[in-house]
Design a protein around this ligand. Structure first.
Ligand code: ADE
Length: 224
């Protein structure tokens, strides 16, 4: 899968995608993540990516031309399944969205900034608008990082044990059961006996019950 991220702050994302699982996925050739600086597609000498809004409101709006040039350039090289815009007024991102996006070949994510982007970009170039939650960030970069991380880790082979993506929180609308590692007792705090029993059927039952109990207690909305 290939993800092209369009931003005015590529440095914000560079480090994130060069670490841990995201770096591993790219090195293994399972995911390609390309950062594009929108400023590179300006033609004026000040490399302006924003301008004052028509109508006299406060704030700056991202200009249409550099973004259109960049998207047109990318589209001339390959077909894209989605051109996503990160925005607090988009549809809410969740595990289901991550699952479906992880099946796509080529995706563009445009990070918004300032007061927004010229609305014509949303009308003519964007196929999907996604929010990562009901709060406002200073820009879409963190939203693009959150979405890309949760999408890429679902690509088969990215996690060393594929099972671990299948047993994630939210995969069955259930929260994951608690996990423990050695030592089996620390300061008198014990790991549940059943996990040391070696009886897989009992362990599976216990884990399922724990998932149900935690979901009922912490996220009852998921069971509706
Ligand atoms: N840009 C600013 N806030 C955002 C949010 N909550 N989700 C996605 N993009 C954003």
């Amino acid at each position: 899968m290939r993800i092209d991220i369009l931003t005015v702050f590529p440095d914000m994302l560079e480090g994130f995608f060069n670490c841990s699982m995201m770096a591993r996925a790219q090195k293994a050739g399972l995911a390609e993540i390309h950062l594009h600086d929108i400023r590179d597609y300006t033609t004026d000498k000040h490399h302006k990516t924003d301008d004052y809004p028509f109508g006299g409101c406060a704030g700056l709006v991202m200009k249409i031309e550099p973004i259109d040039r960049l998207i047109t350039d990318l589209k001339s090289q390959r077909d894209y399944d989605e051109v996503i815009y990160t925005s607090p007024d988009g549809e809410q991102f969740n595990q289901k969205t991550a699952n479906s996006l992880s099946l796509l070949e080529n995706v563009i994510i445009l990070c918004g900034h300032y007061k927004g982007i010229d609305y014509r970009i949303r009308e003519h170039l964007i196929t999907r608008e996604i929010s990562i939650g009901d709060y406002v960030l200073t820009g879409g970069e963190l939203a693009a990082a959150v979405m890309t991380d949760s999408i890429v880790r679902l690509i088969p082979g990215v996690l060393s044990d594929e099972q671990s993506a299948l047993s994630d929180c939210f995969q069955d609308n259930l929260l994951a059961p608690p996990v423990y590692t050695r030592p089996a007792e620390y300061k008198g705090w014990k790991v549940p006996e059943v996990l040391l029993s070696g009886n897989q059927a009992l362990i599976d039952d216990w884990e399922f019950q724990q998932s149900m109990d935690r979901t009922k207690r912490l996220r009852p909305d998921l069971l509706k």
